[in-house]
Design a protein around this ligand. Sequence first.
Ligand code: B12
Ligand code: SF4
Ligand code: SF4
Length: 373
Amino acid sequence: MSPDVIHELLRAAALDEGFAAAGIAPLPASGSEEDRQERERFAGWLEAGRAGEMEYLKRQDDGGRWLRSSVRVAFPWARSVTVCAVNYNRAAPRSVEPAPEGSGWIARYAWTGSRERPSDYHKVLRCRLERLRDRMAAALGPFESRCFVDTGPVVERVYARYAGLGWVGKNTCLLNERLGSWLFLGVIVTSLEVEPDPQATLAADRCGSCRRCIDACPTQALIAPRQMDASRCISYLTIEKRGSIPENLREGMGRQIFGCDICQDVCPWNRRAPIARDPELAPRAELVNPALEWLAEMDEDTFGRWFNGSPVRRAKLSGFRRNIAIAMGNSGQQRFLPLLRKWAGDEDPVLAEAALWSIGNLERKGKAGTELH
Ligand code: B12
Ligand code: SF4
Ligand code: SF4
């Protein structure tokens, strides 16, 4: 089969399965300049401590090589990677717009599901990828493969770029000229030998002189264009970090209680991004600008009802409450003081300490406010 036909066939089947864009790219040759750059970039990032406590990113093979530094390390049989993207942009407010007093922010990617049943992009994309893989095998004959959404030992954005899906923006997100960056990625690592797609060249960097994302990041996690110190990123702090959040980063967290969308909300490429109509990833209106009081009242049962099967589950109720306590402390709303005082005596020491910090913050601001009058 000619290279053009393979690429066309894949794109048509991917669109049919509900993806907004897809491509397949051969792996950079072992020892090539590109291969060397990716390995060094990843190793440099880890060794500089940028991954914080995300131990799963630091896994090594028996020879001491970082598993994620190249697809070739984890899968020596791999020859190409198919990357597919799903659009999750919705006609809904942005986190940087004025919001009701005392509301928090849950990242857009985690709104999905219906009132009765949350949905998780990991599962939705994985089913689509597996169907796509079966269609490729039916057309091309059997090949070795592994499908991943987020959790596999693959730096997905690197391969998305090779597959012609877009460029890596200064906020480190994959940006597509037509679709923006509200994209979920899924990959199929395959043993297929393919030629580069004659239609898809590496997308040019379209960030130009813009640096809105870097300037808008409240915790200075974007330490340089395309370089993130994840240990400072609010997404990491609110989702991945267990235990206490470093005090110097708490004010910067503002009202974000699960993930962070700021560096994408300010990106001009997202202004024109098309609105997704994907029924499996519809947003739950209640999770857009949710009232902090409502979320604070949740016990394990209610939290489970709302978030079992949703990405939010990853924070666990204890982490979610810690984040809510900090958002309350940043809200300037004195009405949260009684609840925070109750939490300050909680048996969970992390929650109690976060609540004490927030009480201090609110009382300081309340006093400053009175002095001004
Ligand atoms: C760990 C992780 C995180 C960490 C660290 C993020 C990071 N920037 O490294 C945290 C928890 C902070 C995080 C946050 C988010 N994440 Co995340 N995350 C991942 C995960 C699991 C691994 C990423 C990784 O290996 N990071 C290590 C660094 C070294 O790699 P990288 O950032 O992905 O890519 C680097 C290369 O592309 C390189 N690069 C490429 N070209 C060039 C050129 C030059 C000159 C330079 C210097 C570098 C460079 O620079 C990038 C940054 O170092 C991936 C899934 C996966 N398996 O890949 C999802 C993933 C990256 N996350 C995703 C999402 C949606 C998010 C959030 C939007 C969620 C949210 N709303 O809170 C935020 C976005 C924050 C941001 N600005 O990136 C999507 C991104 C989709 C997209 N359009 O890019 C992914 C792909 C998951 C998925 N399957 O859809 N995430
Ligand atoms: S997700 Fe938020 S904290 Fe992380 S880099 Fe972007 S703006 Fe900064
Ligand atoms: S905000 Fe500007 S610099 Fe940042 S990713 Fe978007 S276009 Fe690039």
